[in-house]
Design a protein around this ligand. Structure first.
Ligand SMILES: Nc1ncnc2c1ncn2[C@@H]1O[C@H](COP(=O)(O)OP(=O)(O)O)[C@@H](O)[C@H]1O
Ligand SMILES: [Mg+2]
Length: 261
């Protein structure tokens, strides 16, 4: 269990103010999405939480401890993660465990349940090039989960997938998350994705980036993604979020799509 406190956080690059005065609490085992147009600072925010970029002002605390560098119990998963092409599925999943000092055999054994969890049982000996994009993404997810982080930071992990695969991955992630609840901070620019997955959605606008609202998603857990997508409350929530995001004058064409882009 772990909770995250983001306190009055600001980030400047030279004269550019990426965001200012960001405050957010993410509870133990809570799934929170950050939704906002390109350039509002989502990636930068997540990297600061991960401890790989320094804030200009403010602080990030995990269980009350200020972040200065990456923590072993917190993992960042991003869109263009690279699987190791010369390693099999099982060895890619086991990779983080190897880095933690486990022997090859031990790492494979520890990785096995996560291969199963993401539905890749039977594909252990295959190489990344033999897998579809969605399967590769699942390998990446299994690799992140296998080291059993308390906190999972995800930066548009499904952004490179086609719409259909993306929905399948959302369903998959819902299942995995129900089985193995983590504290999750999930960045997306898809309204639909944010609603389906999250307990709360943090709405950001740009220039400078800031939080304009935090919206609670009322659907019970465990969730059925298909049922949610056809629930009348889904349409209402989506309209509410869309209205907030389109108030951003700079959002323009990069504003979040209505179609689960
Ligand atoms: N290392 C950097 N140096 C200078 N500017 C940066 C750097 N990283 C990000 N930015 C700028 O910060 C702003 C926010 O970027 P980013 O966090 O990637 O936004 P998002 O993920 O919401 O699209 C953008 O204007 C981007 O160009
Ligand atoms: Mg980004």
């Amino acid at each position: 269990m772990a909770h995250v406190d983001i306190k009055d956080l600001s980030k400047h690059f030279g004269t550019l103010t990426v965001f200012d005065g960001v405050d957010l609490h993410v509870d133990d085992n809570e799934f929170v999405s950050i939704l906002g147009p390109s350039g509002c600072g989502k990636t930068t925010l997540l990297r600061i939480v991960a401890g790989i970029v320094e804030a200009t002002a403010g602080a990030v605390l995990v269980d009350g401890e200020t972040i200065h560098k990456p923590r072993p119990d917190m993992t960042l998963v991003f869109q263009n993660f690279r699987l190791l092409p010369w390693r099999t599925v099982e060895d890619n999943v086991a990779y983080g465990l190897r880095l933690q000092g486990n022997s090859k055999a031990a790492a494979r054994e520890l990785a096995q349940p996560y291969v199963q969890l993401v539905g890749l049982e039977g594909r252990e000996k295959e190489y990344p090039y033999q897998l579809s994009g969605g399967m590769q993404q699942r390998v990446g997810l299994a690799r992140a989960l296998a080291i059993q982080p308390e906190i999972l930071l995800m930066d548009e992990p499904f952004g490179a997938l086609d719409a259909q695969t993306r929905e399948l991955m959302q369903d998959e992630l819902l299942k995995i998350w129900s089985a193995d609840r983590k504290t999750v901070l999930f960045v997306t620019h898809s309204i639909d994705e944010a609603i389906v997955l999250s307990d709360r959605v943090v709405m950001m606008q740009s220039n400078p980036g800031r939080i304009v609202d935090v919206i609670r998603v009322p659907f019970d857990r465990p969730r059925d993604a298909t049922a949610i997508r056809t629930d009348p409350r889904f349409a209402t929530l989506r309209a509410e979020m869309w209205a907030l995001l389109r108030q951003d004058p700079l959002a323009g064409d990069s504003a979040p799509g209505r179609t689960g882009d």
